[in-house]
Design a protein around this ligand. Structure first.
Ligand code: PEP
Ligand code: MG
Length: 639
C-alpha cells in the first residue's frame, strides 16, 4: 500500500481482537470518509493493509492488546483518523456484555417447528455441492452480470437477516463479505482481462476462504464457511441455480450439515434433510434433530437430480430417488399416529414391563428447546456453550442465571443439569479465543480450557449456585480425565461460597480413562453422565466430524458398551447417559438393561424413547451376549 500522510496508533482492546463484527464496524467507518486508510499491526509486523476491506481487516487477525498503526491520506484523512481513534477507544463498538448483540455464527437453534418424524418425502433441493458453472456462457458485459447477481444476493441476504431473529448476524456478516471492495477490485481486474464472471468470482473467494483457514484463531478459521457460503450464493445467482431457501416442502440434500444451516433453516417448511456424510453426532445434526427436522445421514454419493422426488426413512436407513409415493405417505401417516400416541402419553413415567422406571430427560441448547420438550423429566444436559454460542462477549453472571432460570421454568421446575462451558474441538466460542492446535479434540477442550481461565468458569458456577438456591439444579463438568481435575473443578465451585442445599454435582464420562477409573473419579460426586458422542470418538479413535471414519464411530460398538457397563457397575452413584445414543429408542432400551438410571435425549425423541421403554422387558435383553458381541452390527442384530 502507499505511504500515508498522517498516522495514529491505537490499541485493540476487544477480548477477541478485531474479529468479524468490530472489523465490519471499522470498515464501515473508513468507507464513510474520502480517505485512503491503512492498518499495520505493530506487534506482528503485518500490513499495511487496506482498512476499507473487511477481508483484509479480518485476516490481519489483530489480537487483543496489539498496537495498530493507522495511516490515512486524502482530503478527509484527519477526520478519518480522529473518528477511528474514537472508535478504537470504544472497543470498536463492542458494547458491554449486558447489551451485546449477536455476532456472526453461533450455534443456538431458533424456533422449532419440524414434524419430529424420521421419515420424509419431497422434491430434492441439492445444495452445497460445487455450483455447476459449466453451462455458463460469457457475454459482453460480465461485470454488469456480476453486479446483477450481487444485487439479487444482497436482497436474499437482507431478507434472511430480517427473518433469522438472533441469528441475523450471520447474514449481516455475509452481506459485509459480499460488498467487500478488496476482492471486488481483484475480480474487476480479472474480468477486464477477459475472465468470465463466475471464474473470477470463484477464484477470488476460494483464495479468501483459504486465507481465513490459515488464521491462528479457531473462531476466525471457521469464518471460511461464511466466505464459501457467499461465494456459492453469488455463483448460483449468476448461473440461475436454485437456492436452498426455496426448500418449501423440499428435502435438502447436503454434503455435510453445519450448525448454522441447521439452526437457521425454516423447520416448519423444510420436509427433511439428507446428509451425504455419515455420522450422527456432529453439532449440525444435533441441532437439526433437536428442532424436529426429519434427518438421515450417510446417504453417500447417490446421484440426486435437483427437483427429483426423494424419500427417506431414517429408521430403516433407506433413501430413495423416485420412490413409491403412496407407500411412503402411508409410512408417514403410521409414524405420525405412533408419534401422536407417544406424545399423548409423554407425561406418564417410563416404567418398563419388568417394573423399572427410567428417568427420561431432554438435552437443551436454548430456552426454546426446553419450551418444546414434551414429557421430559427435566434436562439432563444444558449445553451452555450452545445457549450462549451467538455471543461475542462473555455473558454476565446475571445473564447466565436468567437463561438457566428460564430453562428450569420451561420444564416446570424439574431438575436441570447445567454443563459448564464445553468449548474446543469443533466448538469455538467467539468470546473465548483459542490458539490453533494440531489435534483440537485431543487438546484444550472442555474443563481443560479453564485451568488458564478459571475466572470464566467461576462466574458460570456462581450463576449455577444462584439458580440452584431457587430450583433443582445439577451441575457437571465436561472432558474430565483425572481425579485431580475433579478436585480442581470442585474447588472452583466452592471458591465463592457454600453450595446451596440440593445442588447435585457430577462429571461427564467422555474419555475412556475416566470410564475405566470411574470409582476413583466419582467418589464424592452425586452422579456421572456418560457422553456417548465423545466416549465413542475417543474409544474408537474416530473423529466425530470426519466422514471418512464415521462408520467406526458407532456408539453401539461393544467396546463402548463395555466401558458403559464398567461405569454402571463401579461408579457407586447415579449413572445417566446424555450422549445421542440415548435418543435412539432401541439403544435406550439396551442402556436401561445395562443399568443406566437416567437418559437424556433430543426433545422430539423424548416421548418416543419413553414409549419404547414402557413396552420393553429388560429381563429379555441378553446383556452378556451384547457385551461379548463381535461388532456393532451384531449388537443391532441381538436387539
Ligand atoms: C457427548 O459427548 O456425548 C455429549 C453429550 O457432549 P457433546 O455432544 O456436546 O460433546
Ligand atoms: Mg461431549
Amino acid at each position: 500500500m502507499v505511504e500515508s500522510d498522517q498516522t495514529v496508533e491505537v490499541v485493540v482492546g476487544n477480548e477477541h481482537g478485531l474479529h468479524a463484527r468490530p472489523a465490519a464496524r471499522l470498515v464501515g467507518l473508513v468507507n464513510s470518509f474520502d480517505a485512503v486508510v491503512t492498518l499495520t499491526d505493530l506487534d506482528t509486523g503485518r500490513g499495511p493493509i487496506d482498512a476499507g476491506s473487511l477481508s483484509m481487516v479480518a485476516t490481519l487477525n489483530a489480537q487483543q492488546g496489539h498496537r495498530l498503526r493507522v495511516g490515512a491520506s486524502g482530503p478527509q484523512a484527519a477526520e478519518a483518523l480522529a473518528a477511528i481513534g474514537k472508535l478504537a477507544a470504544e472497543n470498536f463498538g463492542d458494547e458491554p456484555a449486558t447489551t451485546a448483540a449477536p455476532d456472526s455464527i453461533g450455534l443456538a437453534a431458533t424456533s422449532p417447528g419440524g414434524s419430529g418424524l424420521d421419515v420424509a418425502l419431497g422434491p430434492a433441493v441439492v445444495a452445497g455441492a460445487q455450483v455447476d458453472v459449466s453451462g455458463y456462457v460469457a457475454s459482453g458485459d460480465e461485470w454488469a452480470r456480476l453486479e446483477d447477481a450481487m444485487a439479487t444476493v444482497a436482497e436474499e441476504l437482507g431478507q434472511l437477516r430480517e427473518r433469522s431473529g438472533e441469528l441475523g448476524g450471520i447474514f449481516e456478516a455475509h452481506l459485509a463479505l459480499l460488498k467487500d471492495r478488496k476482492p471486488l477490485d481483484e475480480i474487476r481486474a480479472a474480468i477486464a482481462a477477459g475472465t468470465p464472471a463466475p471464474v473470477a468470482w470463484k477464484q477470488t473467494y476460494d483464495n479468501l476462504a483459504k486465507t481465513f483457514e490459515g488464521l491462528d484463531d479457531a473462531y476466525q478459521r471457521e469464518r471460511a464457511q461464511d466466505v464459501r457460503a457467499v461465494r456459492d450464493r453469488v455463483l448460483r445467482a449468476l448461473t440461475g441455480a436454485t437456492v436452498d431457501e426455496a426448500a418449501d416442502g423440499g428435502i435438502l440434500v447436503v454434503p455435510e450439515l453445519d450448525a448454522a444451516t441447521a439452526a437457521t433453516l425454516d423447520a416448519a417448511k423444510v420436509a427433511g434433510i439428507a446428509v451425504r456424510a455419515a455420522g450422527t453426532t456432529g453439532h449440525g445434526v444435533i441441532v437439526a434433530r433437536s428442532r424436529g427436522i426429519p434427518l438421515i445421514t450417510g446417504i453417500g454419493d447417490v446421484a440426486v437430480p435437483d427437483g427429483a422426488t426423494v424419500a427417506f426413512d431414517a429408521r430403516t436407513g433407506s433413501f430413495e430417488v423416485a420412490p413409491d409415493e403412496d407407500a411412503v405417505r402411508r409410512t408417514i401417516a403410521e409414524r405420525q399416529t405412533e408419534r401422536d400416541r407417544a406424545i399423548a402419553e409423554a407425561d406418564q413415567p417410563a416404567t418398563t414391563v419388568d417394573g423399572r422406571t427410567i428417568a427420561v430427560l431432554v438435552n437443551v441448547g436454548s430456552v426454546q428447546d426446553a419450551v418444546d420438550a414434551r414429557g421430559a423429566d427435566g434436562s439432563g444436559l444444558v449445553r451452555t456453550e450452545v445457549v450462549f454460542g451467538h455471543r461475542r462477549t462473555a455473558p454476565s453472571i446475571d445473564e447466565q442465571a436468567e437463561q438457566f432460570r428460564a430453562i428450569a421454568q420451561a420444564l416446570q421446575g424439574k431438575p436441570i443439569t447445567i454443563r459448564t462451558w464445553d468449548i474446543g474441538g469443533d466448538k469455538p466460542l467467539p468470546f473465548l479465543p483459542q490458539d490453533q492446535e494440531p489435534n483440537p479434540f485431543l487438546g484444550e477442550r472442555g474443563l481443560r480450557v479453564f485451568r488458564r481461565r478459571p475466572e470464566l468458569l467461576r462466574d458460570q458456577l456462581e450463576a449455577v449456585r444462584r439458580v440452584a438456591a431457587e430450583t433443582p439444579v445439577h451441575v457437571m463438568f465436561p472432558m474430565v480425565t483425572t481425579a485431580d481435575e475433579v478436585a480442581w473443578a470442585l474447588d472452583q465451585l466452592d471458591q465463592r461460597g457454600p453450595r446451596p442445599d440440593g445442588l447435585e454435582v457430577g462429571i461427564m464420562v467422555e474419555i475412556p480413562a475416566a470410564a475405566l477409573r470411574i470409582d476413583t473419579l466419582a467418589a464424592g460426586l452425586d452422579f456421572v453422565s456418560i457422553g456417548t458422542n465423545d466416549l465413542t470418538q475417543y474409544t474408537t479413535a474416530a473423529d466425530r466430524t470426519n466422514t471418512a471414519v464415521a462408520p467406526l464411530a458407532d456408539g453401539l460398538d461393544p467396546a463402548v458398551l463395555q466401558l458403559i457397563d464398567n461405569v454402571v457397575r463401579r461408579a457407586g452413584v447415579r449413572v445417566a447417559v446424555c450422549g445421542d445414543l440415548a435418543s435412539d429408542s432401541q439403544a435406550a432400551v439396551l442402556l436401561a438393561a445395562l443399568g443406566v438410571d437416567e437418559l437424556s435425549a433430543v426433545g422430539p425423541q423424548v416421548p418416543l424413547v419413553k414409549e419404547r421403554l414402557r413396552r420393553a422387558d429388560l429381563r429379555q435383553i441378553d446383556t452378556a451376549a451384547v457385551l461379548a458381541a463381535r461388532d456393532a452390527a451384531q449388537v443391532r442384530g441381538l436387539l
